[in-house]
Design a protein around this ligand. Sequence first.
Ligand code: GRF
Length: 209
Amino acid sequence: MIFIKNKKKKKNISFLVSGRGSNFLAVAKQIEKGNINAQIKTVISDKENAPVLKKSENIGIESVFINPKLFSSREAHEREILDILFSNKTDLVVAAGYMRLLTPVFIEPFKNRIINIHPSLLPAFPGKNAQAQAIAKGVKIAGCTCHFIDEGTDTGPIIMQAAIQVHQNDTVESLSQKILIEEHKILAKSIKLFCNDRLSVQNKKVFIK
Ligand code: GRF
């Protein structure tokens, strides 16, 4: 008798990244090791000189700069990105340090299929410079959050969080470094759960099957 292993189809992932791309690389490594059932289709940046573009090119991933200045509106820029994502059959979009807010034009077709990584324990400190906000407030616990993107700023359903202690002598830089280590872990874990069809969203809450 022949047993055929019922292996699930790999998910297609595309990344939106504005800068360095350490989260992208961390996930790419996990995929390379076979720990996440996915393939990366493309990396798209809104910044021509984003360091991520070299990194992704170096590992053979299609890397594209789409200049927002060439479009008459945010929506028109997003439609250009959507064209790529539809044509390469992207299942999941990962915003990993993407510094633009997405409009409903982008979010609607990818509802609960866009994951963001944010360097704070949401709902505390949404928006820019989250680590600086945490230091300014003197919080004793900080961390990071992986969530699905909705129309608000860092308000979408939370998939996973990781917490770390803030020490009295921590600076924005030292805190950011410690948080980043946790970001890499929870982003990869969240993507893995998505790729194994283990995430569902009900009443704006994420449930893990
Ligand atoms: C991370 O801190 C992420 O949480 C935030 O932007 C930073 C991106 O870092 N949204 P990298 O480009 O992944 O290194």
